[in-house]
Every structure is written in structure tokens, then in C-alpha cells.
Design a protein around this ligand. Structure first.
Ligand code: SAH
Length: 334
């Protein structure tokens, strides 16, 4: 339910600052229960608690990796479950959150594809993942140490309205208060939605799953790109209104003997030549149903060396491989 509806139901006598206090306690204060909100008068607290619940996802299971990563299986109100991952790295923390239950995109190297799409998450469920996992780990949004990546289950641009609303809630200085520079969304390349997102005042940073150096290979690996062609994607990237501090990120999953040759690397350089971009390479994280292999570290290094001559290029370190928490491994396994 929307807070504005609750406010209206409480009637015109409720001062506006009470509504602000409620919003502040829920988002900035990460309150779990309405009765805990001590800034509100007891009578109002009791009235609210009698009719409403905070309604955040419930932690169904927690999986702990040897590298400190935690994967959460979160149960939603309708009993469905979704995954969220917390990755500590020194002083910093990154939360990888989901935008849909399952995913409709069907990339051939990703285990989430095997789930298919069950449904979109609401904005409340997207923000709820952040609040629940922050609370469980004692994480605070202040201090510039928290990053959020919308790279969990789902294709965020196929749930854009809710993703944008969640971004506004997470980045509202009067609410959760995380800088939009610390929120990144990754897409398989839904071109009209990239254009739509570019028109928004408050929006996450944009990352694009490139994953191949030719149109043919990309269509084979990511069937959805038969509809959204590489040439048009690159044109949309060129036209995308980057903010002064922003670069486009291109992700590239390396599959042994498929898209990981030096010739592929040189083609990637040519594709991105006119863009203000950086590249994140991801050596395939394997899964039982995935018909590809991980390239050897030397192959990854050689690919990186070639791309790096033209564009900043990093290799993403796999996190939580032992608990199926890494990129492409989210499948709600037990
Ligand atoms: N649907 C969005 C969000 C998912 S982000 C998207 O496609 O961008 C997940 C990232 O992990 C994508 O860049 C994807 O290409 C990558 N990925 C998927 N499966 C993977 C796997 N098995 N190993 C490594 N990376 C993978």
C-alpha cells in the first residue's frame, strides 16, 4: 500500500510532519515494525500498527560463502521467493538485488533463465530487499560505502516503472538517502527502455550486457537480441545522455572457445570505439545446466590486454561461487 493512501485514510487532522516522520523512520531509519517508531505519538503508532504492517520480505534462508558473500532467499507476501546477494569488500559493501521473480530473457549461459518469468517485483519489494539485507548485516547507507547493483534475477528494464520508483525511494535524500551514483542497473539491451530511462531525472547508472562481438553470436547467446539489434543498441548508447560523472559499463561474459578469442577482443574495441565506456569482463560462472566452459585465466588476461589498450577494462572477481551467488547463478537453489 502507498504511504500517501495511508495518510489520506488517517484524515485531514494528521499534520504533514507526522507523515514525514513515518517515511523517515521506514526508509532512513530502516524500521522493521510500526510500534518501534518512537518519533510518532503512542496513539498514532497503535492506530497504524492495528491496521498495517511494514511488510518487508522475510528471510527464508541465508547461504554463507567462504569469501564472505551472503546469498539470501527472501520470501515475498505471495509466498514466492527471490534472491539478493551481499558482497563485502574491505570497507565497502555491494548489494545485488533482483527486479523480477525469475527472468524472461533466456540467455543461454545464465541459470536464472531456466526459471522463466514468474512476475515483476513491486517497487516496495525492490526496496524491501535492500532494507532487509542492510538490517541483517548492520549496514548503513551513510558514509559512501554502500553500492547497489540491479543485477540479480530479472531484466530490470522490463520492469522499468517499478525499478525507477525504487531508485527514487532509495536515493531520496529525505528517505534512504543513497546517491544515485551508487546504484547501477544492468540490462540485456532493451533499446526503447534505455531511451526511456535516459529521460528520467533520477536514474541509476547504466550497464549493458554485450556478451558477444558480432550480431550473429549475440543473437545465438541472447535470443532476446534478435529483436534488439546490436547496431541499434550501440546507436542508443551513443545517444544516451550520460551525466558528467558517468560512463557506460559494458559487461562481457567470456565463454571458452565461443566468444573469448583475441579477434573477439579486437571487435569489441571497434564496437565501443566512439563511446565513453568501460568494460567488465566476467569469466563464465559455471552451472550444472549450462553448456559452456570457463576460459583459462591466461585467455581472460589476453582478452583484457587487448581491450584495455582502447577502453578501461576490468575482470570481475567471482563472488560466492561456492553458494551459487555469483553472476548467472541465481536460481533459488536449496
Ligand atoms: N538481465 C540483466 C541483469 C542480469 S545482470 C542483464 O542481462 O544485464 C547479470 C550479469 O551476469 C549480466 O551481465 C550477464 O551477462 C552475466 N551473466 C549471466 N550468466 C552468467 C554466468 N553464468 N557467468 C558469468 N556471468 C554471467
Amino acid at each position: 500500500m502507498e504511504l500517501t493512501e495511508i495518510r489520506e485514510a488517517l484524515g485531514p487532522d494528521l499534520p504533514a510532519f507526522r507523515a514525514r516522520q513515518l517515511y523517515d523512520a521506514l526508509y532512513r531509519g530502516q524500521a522493521e515494525e510500526l510500534v518501534q517508531i518512537s518519533t510518532l505519538p503512542a496513539a498514532l503508532r497503535a492506530e497504524l500498527a492495528g491496521q498495517h504492517r511494514v511488510g518487508q520480505p522475510e528471510i527464508a534462508r541465508r547461504y554463507e560463502s567462504a569469501d564472505g558473500t551472503r546469498r539470501y532467499l527472501l520470501r515475498l507476501e505471495d509466498g514466492r521467493t527471490v534472491e539478493t546477494v551481499r558482497m563485502p569488500e574491505g570497507e565497502r559493501d555491494t548489494l545485488c538485488i533482483s527486479s523480477q521473480v525469475g527472468c524472461p530473457v533466456d540467455c543461454k549461459f545464465c541459470m536464472t533463465a531456466l526459471l522463466g518469468l514468474e512476475r515483476n517485483l513491486t517497487a516496495g519489494e525492490i526496496v524491501g530487499q535492500v532494507l532487509v539485507v542492510c538490517r541483517d548485516n548492520g549496514l548503513r547507507q551513510e558514509g559512501g560505502r554502500l553500492n547497489i547493483v540491479m543485477m540479480g534475477q530479472g531484466e530490470p528494464l522490463l520492469n522499468l516503472a517499478n525499478v525507477l520508483k525504487a531508485t527514487r525511494l532509495l536515493s531520496d535524500p529525505a528517505g534512504f538517502g543513497l546517491s544515485p551514483r551508487r546504484i547501477t542497473l544492468s540490462t540485456a539491451g532493451i533499446i526503447p527502455k534505455i531511451e526511456e530511462m535516459g529521460r528520467e531525472a533520477v536514474r541509476p547508472k547504466l550497464a549493458i550486457s554485450l556478451n558477444a562481438s558480432t550480431e550473429e553470436m549475440r543473437q545465438e547467446l541472447m535470443p532476446i537480441t534478435r529483436k534488439y539489434h546490436l547496431k541499434d543498441l550501440l546507436a542508443a548508447c551513443k545517444a544516451y545522455p550520460l551525466r558528467p560523472w558517468e560512463k557506460l559499463t559494458f559487461e562481457y561474459v567470456l565463454l571458452k572457445g565461443v566468444n573469448d578469442s583475441d579477434a573477439d577482443a579486437r571487435r569489441v574495441v571497434r564496437l565501443l570505439a566512439n563511446l565513453n565506456a568501460k568494460v567488465n569482463l566476467i569469466a563464465l560462472n559455471p552451472g550444472p545446466e549450462i553448456p559452456f566452459d570457463t576460459p583459462a585465466p591466461e585467455r581472460v588476461a589476453s582478452f583484457q590486454r587487448i581491450v584495455r589498450r582502447a577502453t578501461p577494462c576490468f575482470v570481475r572477481k567471482p563472488r560466492g561461487l561456492d553458494i551459487f551467488a555469483a553472476c548467472g547463478q541465481l536460481k533459488r537453489s536449496g
